[in-house]
Ligand binder design. Structure first.
Ligand SMILES: NC(=O)c1ccc[n+]([C@@H]2O[C@H](COP(=O)([O-])OP(=O)(O)OC[C@H]3O[C@@H](n4cnc5c(N)ncnc54)[C@H](OP(=O)(O)O)[C@@H]3O)[C@@H](O)[C@H]2O)c1
Length: 266
């Protein structure tokens, strides 16, 4: 796809991968509208040249309001990226995990569907456009520490495939970004030394997005082992290795709980 002249809405771009890709689209010449719940970040984002719109992808009214605001200001919108996501460790032996499971599905899977539904009629009406969904290597190669997260991202993959088939012939293309672990903050490298550097990851993603035709899946080199583990016959061995991370589950749960207690917590 041509990334130099797009009007892009990224739901979930107030931080992390979404913000980095927002910067890359803008640097390439595109207009970018950033969405998220942390409206306290908007002044800074607007000073950097982004449009901003409040959106909570778990709330249908909020998604509809965001859609109306964006299309009023940017009737030429041609690209949406469904980046909003949460990543929560869960102990399935404790039924109290259900709240986290519900939040994960509501944000990662139903949130993706709400945002796509809000903009699909507009894109079909234009006869051209791109929907970029965001799954995860964990959707293809489970990480037992985050069961519902893996399920939600496997769901995003399956949904993206069906969406592409149903939109065939409308001019609206569907591309699924499949990130592996990416270090969106310096401390992430301490937890996972294999996590990719955010800037290097974004450069690879933009190079892949730029190719014509737009790939059905945006697969950086670092995610190939996840994506193709079943085909390559490495699945059982890799899942067994990743299962060892369950030893860290108590500390990961404690960290997640302290994050919830933090007033700045998301
Ligand atoms: N980093 C990785 O290793 C990795 C690997 C594979 C896949 N991914 C996926 O990549 C995406 C971005 O992750 P990240 O690592 O960059 O994390 P991040 O920095 O925490 O970004 C998550 C974004 O989602 C937004 N968000 C969360 N809940 C939302 C809601 N209810 N409504 C609207 N926006 C919401 C957040 O904005 P607000 O808080 O402002 O709402 C934030 O902008 C996620 O879908 C994640 O699953 C990440």
């Amino acid at each position: 796809m041509d990334i130099t002249n797009r009007t892009v809405f990224i739901a979930g771009a107030t931080s992390g991968i979404g913000l980095e890709l927002a910067c890359r689209f803008a640097a390439a010449g595109s207009t970018v509208i950033v969405g998220g719940r942390r409206t306290d970040l908007f002044d800074k984002l607007e000073a950097e040249g982004f449009g901003t719109v409040p959106i909570d992808v778990t709330d249908q009214d909020s998604v509809d309001r965001a859609r109306d605001t964006i299309l009023r200001g940017h009737p030429d919108l041609d690209t949406i990226v469904t980046m909003s996501g949460v990543m929560i460790p869960e102990d399935l032996r404790d039924p109290a995990h259900f709240g986290d499971a519900a939040k994960t599905i509501d944000t990662n899977l139903l949130g993706t569907i709400r945002v796509i539904d809000a903009f699909t009629p507009h894109l079909i009406g234009r006869g051209a456009g791109t929907i970029v969904t965001v799954s995860s290597g964990i959707g293809f190669l489970p990480f037992p520490v985050m069961p519902t997260y893996a399920a939600s991202k496997a769901g995003v993959h399956a949904y993206s495939e069906a969406l592409r088939a149903q939109l065939d012939g409308t001019g609206v293309e569907v591309s699924e970004l499949v990130p592996p672990a990416v270090a969106t903050a310096p401390e992430h490298k301490q937890h996972n030394p294999h996590a990719l550097d955010l800037a290097e990851f974004a450069t690879e993603v933009m190079d892949l997005l730029r190719t014509e035709p737009t790939p059905h899946e945006i697969l950086v080199k670092g995610v190939m082992m996840h994506r193709w583990a079943e085909r390559d016959g490495t699945y059982d061995e890799l899942v067994a290795a990743r299962t060892q991370a369950l030893a860290m589950l108590p500390s990961l749960l404690a960290m997640a709980r302290s994050d919830y207690r933090n007033p700045a917590s998301r």
